[in-house]
Design a binder for this molecule. Structure first.
Ligand code: GTP
Length: 599
């Protein structure tokens, strides 16, 4: 039991790649949390995919024991926050478990869109911010310029920003000392009823669901019956502990402390991030403010290429869901694709991560249909329905109007790319809100329909800015729009997996782009194939794929049967990645690629 004055709870906020994980590892190493041998590269980013993409998806936490220059022993709890825009809610809950945050900015890059988004969240929950300039070992580092930029753009004092290199370890001891001297200790009442914030939860194959908590008041002990106030569920605690980052059981967790509990909880879905945990026998009078369960905003269909993989896909999704309560799926059937699932995600990156994990960890070949946002359909009879799937679009005569979600997007980039970025936003029905400069970097704020962002906005933004633009967004409201369902017909058969909701003004452009792409992506058949885009019964774009007789064995000279066999086998292999639509075979990749239209 550590006295409150010797506890510091902090997070690190940073833009992706500015060195958050490297610094966290360094802090663990310097304080001796792990021996060198145990210190795998980047312990905090534990998932394989996270490590590969270099981004944090699930927050982790670690307790550091630190003897400060004042001779006292401190417990420093580092709560890692997810680094991506799709997980802002989790970031905000992690932050509210802390009293302070290290603001890490790459001294060679400066402030980026997510630096801003994250630091504003930290300021919102009243955290003390410690600016840290990382990567000062790089020749391109300009600490003074970046300090000025932090003051300019964020509006906090950066004169005492600590200059470090997380890579070499330079300056890292100063960071530890500043955490102790500049961040406030937590407050709390040990004698009050238990009140704890559910910061995160994950599924551990040995322990079951592990719940990360921050104790606000009271004491959490093994054997207690705890109540999740939002979920209205009661559990018997069978272990409490701290992560050093090895899981270490402790007798109890008191006010200001951060640790974990296990309680024979079956699914992470029962442990919503942000919920309040209290003592079932002696509950606190009211839960912590601001609890909101995360809601999926982007939906798409996921189907196995091979119909025999359906059960495997169901099982794989169930396993992923164990660890990710914000991923939703339910069975769906499509005329063209057979049995599959309609899935909901927090955003596009979340979608991509899940799809990649399904393909990679579970070895499945998948077809993903066009991502769609959630539309509110106001019917003429006064009722409102939520549309998650373009295939469920009601008959237009019964629709009064359709509302779509809008976002506020912040984009930062060197000013030479500004022209391309503005053009892209305008093309996507954007409404410019703000345009400012900090040195040679421009910051633009746009209101955009989320629908225009889900298809290929990230990719286009990256290409118009040569990768230099950073982007952050959040949903603001729903607005009425002139939206229609566009269908794609291949050889006169509608392919439901390619139908999408588009704004009427963009339908021609989308339709044409889609038909042109499909013409390149679908291999020629022995007959002519019309490819059309249509709204209702009206065709708005058309391409024709001419006929070709493809004889794969034509190149084989003589009668070498084994060679011929090999070629045929190879062709058969290729076919597995195709889907049959009427008489036409469409390759799996066409479903994704057709959506990405080059301008
Ligand atoms: N030269 C130099 N490189 C660094 C330093 N700190 C981190 N890096 C490198 O910068 C890259 C990104 O570092 P990470 O720590 O993975 O970035 P991150 O901020 O954790 O990224 P997310 O987990 O996605 O938020 C890695 O290649 C690091 O090796 C530093 O002080 N100097």
């Amino acid at each position: 039991m550590t006295p409150l004055k010797n506890i510091r709870n902090f997070s690190i906020v940073a833009h992706i790649d500015h060195g958050k994980s490297t610094l966290a590892d360094r802090l663990i190493q310097v304080t001796g949390g792990l021996t060198n041998r145990e210190m795998k590269e980047q312990v905090l980013d534990s998932m394989e995919l996270e490590r590969e993409r270099g981004i944090t998806i699930k927050a982790q936490t670690v307790r550091l024991n630190y003897k400060a220059k004042d001779g006292e022993d401190y417990v420093l709890n580092l709560i890692d926050t997810p680094g991506h825009v799709d997980f802002t809610y989790e970031v905000s809950r992690s932050l509210s478990a802390c009293e302070g945050a290290l603001l890490v900015v790459d001294a060679s890059q400066g402030v980026e869109a997510q630096t801003l988004a994250n630091v504003y969240q930290a300021i919102d929950v009243n955290l003390e911010i410690l600016p840290v300039l990382n990567k000062v070992d790089l020749p391109a580092a300009e600490p003074d310029r970046v300090k000025a930029q932090i003051e300019d753009v964020i509006g906090i004092d950066a004169s005492e920003a600590i200059e470090i290199s997380a890579k070499t370890g330079m300056g890292v001891p100063d960071v530890l000392e500043a955490i102790v001297t500049k961040l406030p200790p937590p407050q709390g009442d040990r004698d009050a009823p238990l009140k704890a914030l559910l910061v995160d939860s994950w599924y551990d194959p040995y322990l079951g669901v592990v719940v990360l908590v921050r104790i606000i008041d009271g004491v959490l002990k093994k054997g207690m019956r705890v109540r999740m106030m939002g979920a209205k569920a009661v559990y018997l605690v069978d272990q409490v502990g701290v992560s050093t980052p090895k899981k270490t059981p402790v007798d109890e967790l008191g006010p200001g402390e951060i640790g974990y509990l296990t309680a024979q909880i079956k699914e992470v879905a029962d442990t919503a991030v942000g919920d309040t945990i209290t003592d079932d026998r002696r509950p606190c009078d009211k839960p912590l403010a601001g609890f909101k369960p995360s809601v999926p905003v982007v939906f798409c269909g996921i189907f196995p290429v091979d119909a025999n993989d359906f059960e495997d896909l169901r099982e794989a999704m169930g396993k992923l869901r164990l660890n990710d309560a914000s991923f939703e799926f339910e069975m769906e059937t499509s005329a063209a694709l057979g049995f599959g699932f309609r899935c909901g995600f927090l955003g596009l990156l979340h979608l991509e991560i899940i799809r990649e994990r399904l393909e990679r960890e579970f070895n499945l070949d998948l077809i993903t249909t066009a991502p769609s946002v959630v539309y509110d359909i106001h019917m003429t009879d006064g009722s409102v329905m939520e549309l998650h799937n373009p295939a469920d679009m009601p008959d237009p005569v019964r629709i009064d109007h359709i509302e779509e979600p809008w976002i506020k997007a912040t984009i930062m980039a060197p000013d030479e790319y500004l022209g391309g970025i503005l053009k892209l936003c305008e093309e996507r029905r954007g409404i410019q809100q703000d345009l400012t400069y900090a040195g040679s970097r421009a910051m633009v704020v746009y209101e955009l329909p989320l629908n225009e962002v889900v298809f290929d906005f990230y990719d286009r933004l990256k290409s118009v800015s040569k990768g230099y633009a950073s982007f952050d967004y959040h949903i603001t409201d729903h607005r009425a729009g002139d939206l229609v369902k566009m269908q794609v017909l291949v050889n006169d058969e509608p392919v439901d997996a390619l139908s999408m909701i588009v704004h009427r003004d963009k339908a021609d452009y989308r339709g044409r782009g889609m038909c042109e792409k499909l013409k390149d992506l679908i291999p020629r058949h022995q007959f002519k194939i019309p490819i059309q885009a249509a709204i209702g019964g009206r065709v708005i774009a058309r391409e024709t794929l001419s006929a070709l007789r493809k004889d794969v064995t034509a190149k084989c000279y003589g009668g070498d049967a084994s060679r011929k066999r090999k070629l045929l086998d190879k062709q058969k292999e290729g076919k597995k990645k195709m889907r049959q639509f009427g008489r036409v075979e469409i390759p799996q990749e066409a479903f994704i690629k057709a959506l990405k239209i080059d301008s």
